[in-house]
Design a protein around this ligand. Structure first.
Ligand code: FAD
Length: 558
């Protein structure tokens, strides 16, 4: 164990937002830090995400007049996590998320605005808030990153209008709900994009970074300020034991060579979940399960999870994911999440019997939990011509915004029928069942009340409703032919089971003892939110909070 190719204090594996927060905190505490990244670009799924963080009682909430407290957040979190998560971890998250956020805002280039309209996902639970706990990264000018912009993971296509222009979560909410001013906003975004000259002449990529791209770019710029190096195309391959039950470093492949990297203080694993490892999916997740249904970064194959298990690390929640219904386009390298499409009025989701089986406007994790209940897979989304004209669906733009050169290939995504019976036949769904379901649903739409699943009756549902439709913005009839539909998958934006950790992010062995020198954060670790998804940003909020805590613990920051 004496011959090392490289030495550092802290080795951070992965370059998601949690890993970057860990690296930044450690660097600012005076540690020498090295980040290694398997992909040729940095940022992981974090860079392709909405970039929202769920941080209870954060310092931006008073600005939108939403009162919150650690006690209320703890009550809400405890109701969701039950016995699945150690109390100390939940407490550490609630107490330190807000501290991490404040620290970042004060010590880095990272900035946020509160999403006062973004309701927590389980409105029936005590302690749920109508908004404010989710924060949205402010846009960032890519020019400030210099050469490093070319190495930033591109945003997910689904987070760009026409696959081109980015928008913040706050702007997205206005555009989707067609709230007053939506068209002017769209024009502003388009003008900003097309008039970015001369850049526009040789690149389609937008330099106004938003969402996860803004978050990661801001973190990366802060790491450049702090002088932290990132090795790209440099996967960590294995962990190196210290001979006393702990971890001394890792082997990293770089340019065809296997390097032994010593980490004097700690290795912090931020290498994502195992969503792109079919074997692990089959072993742990409910069936059916397919890597092609994941919208997350294809490099996340559970490498460090397996390496840590070899050293005796324990795992938890391995059958869980940050679920979401997805669709897959043939020419894209990852699936697209249907965050909004199910919820817009006039879309329903049915099973093979043609029956609805849940409130289509619930949050994405709850939607897939319903899809996995017996009898509901395969599942299909169904809507009518009015819906298709009015709202974006996956890559398809609403009627008025269609681009003829782009649309025809993508139209093939959908099955089409002049009547519901014809559509049912094309989908392989029971025709009489679908007709009966639609007749019943259209009655609910006329009354503005969903008698089966209470769709549109809480603030979360309304988030992706259409404010022009009253009294219930989530309900419109499925009435105008032709009718459209397609199969949707029980997909994910990452798995959430992983290495068992304590309140400092230390990886634990089967006896609950920490493995010295080894920390895990983000989707590499078992989630502090257990089997649920408390609100928008509940994957990145904990990833960054425990990244922050792991760095402070490893560097003995008091
Ligand atoms: P990642 O961000 O994926 O980072 C892991 C990194 O480790 C990757 O870069 C990977 O290449 C690298 N890696 C893997 N193996 C190795 C190895 N052996 N050696 C070195 N590097 C390795 N979550 C939210 O909280 N808020 C949102 O608004 C949000 N919106 C989303 C929108 C979309 C469209 C998607 C797809 C996801 C969204 N998510 C959101 C989910 C969120 O992005 C992920 O849960 C989160 O980014 C996971 O963070 P991570 O650090 O664990 O993994």
């Amino acid at each position: 164990n004496t011959s090392w190719d490289h030495e550092t204090d802290i080795l951070v594996v992965g370059t998601g937002a949690g890993a970057m927060t860990a690296a930044l905190r450690a660097a600012q505490a005076g540690a020498k830090v090295l980040m290694v990244e398997k992909g040729s670009h940095y940022g992981g799924t974090s860079a392709t995400s909405g970039g929202g963080l769920w941080i209870p009682a954060n310092h931006l909430m008073p600005g939108c007049s939403i009162p919150d407290s650690e006690e209320e957040a703890l009550g809400y979190m405890r109701a969701l996590t039950g016995e699945d998560v150690p109390e100390a971890n939940v407490r550490a998250y609630v107490a330190n998320g807000r501290r991490m956020l404040r620290w970042l805002v004060d010590h880095s280039r990272v900035e946020f605005q509160a999403m006062s309209y973004y309701a927590d996902y389980y409105q029936h639970l005590a302690g749920a808030k109508p908004g404010g706990r989710s924060v949205d990264p402010l846009p960032y000018d890519a020019r400030l990153l210099g050469d490093d912009f070319s190495r930033l993971q591109e945003p997910h296509r689904q987070t760009r209008v026409m696959g081109l222009m980015g928008y913040t979560n706050t702007e997205g909410a206005i555009l989707l709900s067609k709230s007053p001013g939506w068209f002017r906003l769209l024009l502003k975004l388009a003008l900003g994009y097309f008039l970015d000259l001369p850049w526009r002449l040789f690149s389609r990529r937008s330099r106004r970074l938003t969402m996860g791209n803004a978050l990661v770019a801001r973190l990366r710029h802060s790491l450049l300020d702090a002088g932290v190096p990132v090795w790209l195309s440099a996967p960590a391959v294995d962990l190196l034991p210290d001979g006393q039950g702990g971890v001394a470093g890792a082997t990293v492949r770089q340019q065809g060579r296997l390097l032994r990297v010593k980490a004097r203080k700690a290795v912090i694993l931020g290498s994502g979940g195992f969503e792109h490892n079919q074997e692990l999916r089959q072993r742990h997740l409910p069936a059916p399960s397919d890597t092609r249904w994941s919208a997350a970064n294809p490099h996340n194959t559970g490498d460090m999870l397996l390496a840590a298990q070899k050293l005796g690390a324990a795992t938890a929640l391995m059958d869980e994911a940050w679920w979401g219904p997805t669709i897959r386009l043939p020419d894209e390298d990852r699936a697209r999440m249907l965050f909004t499409e199910r919820s817009m009025p006039g879309a329903i989701v049915v099973n093979l019997a043609g029956q609805r089986f849940f409130n289509e406007s619930v949050a994405y994790t709850t939607a897939v939990q319903a899809m996995y209940r017996p009898g509901n897979l395969p599942a299909y989304i169904v809507f009518d011509a009015r819906y298709k004209r009015e709202y974006p669906y996956g890559p398809l733009l609403p009627g008025g915004m269609r681009l003829n050169w782009l649309q025809p290939r993508q139209e093939r995504l959908l099955r089409r029928g002049a009547t519901l019976a014809e559509l049912a036949a094309r989908l392989g769904v029971d025709a009489a069942g679908l007709e009966a379901t639609v007749a019943r649903f259209n009655g609910f739409a006329a009354a503005g009340k969903d008698g089966d699943y209470q769709r549109g009756e809480n603030p979360y549902d309304l988030l992706y409703g259409d404010v022009r439709i009253q009294p219930n913005p989530c309900l419109a009839p499925v009435a105008e032919g032709p009718f459209y539909g397609m199969e949707i998958h029980p997909g994910d934006i990452g798995t959430k089971g992983g290495l068992k950790t304590d309140e400092h992010g230390r990886v634990l062995d089967g006896n609950g003892a920490p493995l010295r020198g080894l920390y895990a954060i983000g989707n590499c670790a078992a989630s502090v939110t257990g089997r649920y998804y408390p609100g928008a940003g509940a994957t990145l909020g904990p990833a960054m909070t425990f990244g922050f805590l792991a760095a402070e613990h490893a560097c003995a920051v008091t």
